[in-house]
Ligand binder design. Sequence first.
Ligand code: NAP
Length: 319
Amino acid sequence: MTTAAGATAQKTPLLQHAPLPDMLLQALRRDNEVVDFHALTDTAFRERASEFEILLTNGEDTVTRERMRSLPALKLIANFGVGYDGIDVQTAAELGVRVTNTPDVLTDDVADLALGLLLGASRQIPAAQGFLESGAWAGGGFAWTRRVSGSRLGIVGMGRIGEAVARRASAFDMAIRYFSRRAKPGVGEGYEPSLMALATWADALVVCLPGGGETKGLVDAKVLQALGPRGILVNVGRGSVVDEDALIRTLHAGELGGAGLDVFASEPHVPQELQGLPNVVLTPHIGSATWQTRLAMSTLVVENITAFQQGLPLVTPAA
Ligand code: NAP
């Protein structure tokens, strides 16, 4: 940064704690010095720890109590992503550290992918392509699959993404019901306070829940069995919400019809048992990964940091 007098002002150091897109880093570097936490030696970190007021992270990272306490000047954690279950928000509140995230701008992309995974798993689109490319078509047609249009959709977590999934699903003439902790005012779809009852009713469940202790393992073996041998589970929320071992067991036992998964219990590890199944479609956590959305998310991170630095209200405070 160059001042009116022509002198070069000191740039503000920001601590980058997780991978972030180049376009975001470039935008931040105009007025700040971005310091990669993982490139610092322990000694270098200790020497500089008291310089950082702002920590940059992403939705898949973990920011522990210990990390926050090791940064005595910390005042803001700017998260690139809407989900911030990896941040210990209780400690952040205790220490007076604000947290921002990037809601809304990614909602449509994640909902698009949810519908893609539902169609992909129900109609077995990747398996059908594999069948065609293997030359098997010459020996007869691909096995019949199951219809999506007009079927029953259970949305698990009727937040921003859940509502966007519901809007898309209604264009497929689907009957829609949803589960969350409480009925959402203004939502036309039926509220189902029991996840088991929703799974029993539905032909497909789309999980749009945040991660964290409260939702861990909510979709367990019983829920998957209630969804049943013709049911499809889609997860675009967090991998921790689904009991992955139970998912593998029910899929292999034929107790669940199929799955479309963008998120996994311990990313980037994806159990071998989930791979190579015709009724399972897997994507590597790409819900918000389009150029348009990643640009919008980057802009929102910069806006939050700028607002903080100028003493203005945060644009999208998460906690
Ligand atoms: P949101 O608007 O906050 O919606 C979350 C919904 O979950 C709320 O309606 C909430 O309803 C419900 N909920 C929260 N805790 C619950 C619990 N313990 N039991 C039952 N329901 C609960 O968030 P969003 O913007 O839709 O995003 C949802 C999640 O999607 C994010 O947190 C993130 O984990 C995930 N995500 C994934 C990707 C991807 O790339 N795949 C991208 C973006 C986001 P109640 O408060 O009424 O319970």
